[in-house]
Design a protein around this ligand. Structure first.
Ligand SMILES: C[S@@+](CC[C@H](N)C(=O)[O-])C[C@H]1O[C@@H](n2cnc3c(N)ncnc32)[C@H](O)[C@@H]1O
Length: 193
């Protein structure tokens, strides 16, 4: 997963090719049934902390909020509570099938090719999910926000440090990074191209 994470983010060579995407999708399709065992109040508390302290500090423009790599929808209630309407996107249909139909709208798509217009999104939420920097930069509003969470800190399989996150993203950003329990989070708001 580390190799795929860095390739998706453009930090290592190889890129996000069809073969890698198919491998990742098959992996998560197979994991879907047991994914609920990876959820816990402690993990939810990390997301709550990122929303409370990180998003509160940066602010978020009005508009659509999209969670990419939403899995079985564990964090949809927390996100909807904070943002209102949320679109939850995942590559794995098996994961999406296990997600509740509310409060988020469910969409199957590849985060490297989001079915969203340029600059249409106020915030992109990535919780233990791949970062596709160019696509995130394309769909985010000029002053949009990224919420990045690694539930197990540096031990998270899909992990990037805040420095890697900033190195991978095009443009200028300001924000806050912190830790909560075992987790790390970083909330960034775009300030320029
Ligand atoms: C590690 S799981 C995290 C799920 C959830 N965010 C959580 O923390 O419980 C990563 C999720 O990203 C999805 N995923 C993997 N590659 C993706 C892609 N290219 N586009 C969208 N989702 C993807 C997987 O299917 C999986 O549901």
């Amino acid at each position: 997963m580390r190799v795929a994470t860095r390739r998706a983010a453009g930090l290592d060579e190889g890129g996000w090719k069809g073969e890698l995407r198919d491998e990742v999708r098959a992996y998560f399709d197979a994991m879907a049934e047991g994914w609920h065992t990876r959820t816990s109040p402690q993990r939810s508390a990390i997301v709550s902390d990122a929303l409370a302290r990180g998003v509160e500090a940066t602010g978020v423009p009005a508009g659509l909020v999209v969670e990419v790599g939403s899995g079985i929808g564990t964090y949809s209630p927390l996100l909807s509570e904070r943002f209102g309407a949320v679109v939850a996107i995942d590559l794995s249909l098996a994961m999406l099938r296990l997600a509740p139909t509310k409060p988020a709208f469910r969409v199957q798509a590849d985060g490297s090719r989001l079915p969203l217009r340029d600059a249409s999104t106020a915030a992109i939420v990535l919780i233990n999910a791949f970062l596709f920097p160019a696509e995130v930069a394309r769909v985010l509003a000029p002053d949009g926000v990224i919420v990045w969470v690694n539930s197990s800190g540096e031990c998270t399989p899909i992990y990037l440090s805040s420095a890697d996150l900033l190195a991978a993203l095009p443009g200028k950003w300001t924000g806050t990074a912190s830790q909560a329990g075992a987790g790390h989070w970083c909330v960034l708001r775009r300030t320029g191209v």
